[in-house]
Write a protein that binds this ligand. Structure first.
Ligand code: ZN
Length: 170
């Protein structure tokens, strides 16, 4: 049974480790196994998928696969990197004062703008570092605090969008 559907060119669902002819050809060109190449370039040198696809002279979509179409990564059982950005706000270390009132002689609390109970994430665009007083007021829907908090989060998000970096890398 061919590993590609000859009409559509799609890879058939394929048990891991069974290489297509194209894969074998690429391997020959590289002089070592695709798995080894993946380990060197993708994992150690941290090349992206676009670069890997170019190196292997294949379309990026056939590398990763999509929907039910299995890509090289799936067929060969290669491991993808986890996203390098962790948007968890715990990385913001610069903040030492309550972001709303400026109080600095108090322990700051991480406060969710969209409450956790409503699905608000622990992300920099949803977390403020507040003194216990401002935190209480935010939780009690104090309009002034909400307004100030919204302004802070909007500018933080805008900065991230402008610089294309999360706050702790700006
Ligand atoms: Zn405060």
């Amino acid at each position: 049974m061919p590993l590609r559907n000859l009409k559509t060119g799609r890879f058939r669902a394929n048990p891991k480790g069974i290489k297509t002819d194209l894969m074998k050809k690429t391997e020959k060109k590289l002089g070592h196994s695709l798995k080894k190449d993946w380990d060197i370039y993708y994992r150690k040198k941290r090349w992206g998928l676009k670069k890997m696809a170019a190196r292997w002279r294949i379309k990026r979509s056939t590398l990763r696969g999509f929907k039910k179409r299995q890509g090289w990564v799936g067929i060969l059982g290669l491991e993808l990197r986890k996203k390098t950005y962790n948007f968890n706000v715990s990385k913001i270390k610069k903040i030492k004062k309550c972001e709303v009132c400026g109080a600095n002689k108090t322990k700051l609390q991480k406060s969710h703008f969209i409450p956790r109970s409503k699905g608000g994430p622990d992300c920099f665009f949803n977390i403020l570092h507040l003194c216990p007083n401002c935190h209480d007021r935010l939780d009690n829907e104090d309009n002034l605090i909400i307004k100030k908090a919204r302004k802070i989060l909007l500018s933080r998000s805008a900065n991230a969008l402008n610089s294309r970096l999360p706050p702790w890398r700006q």
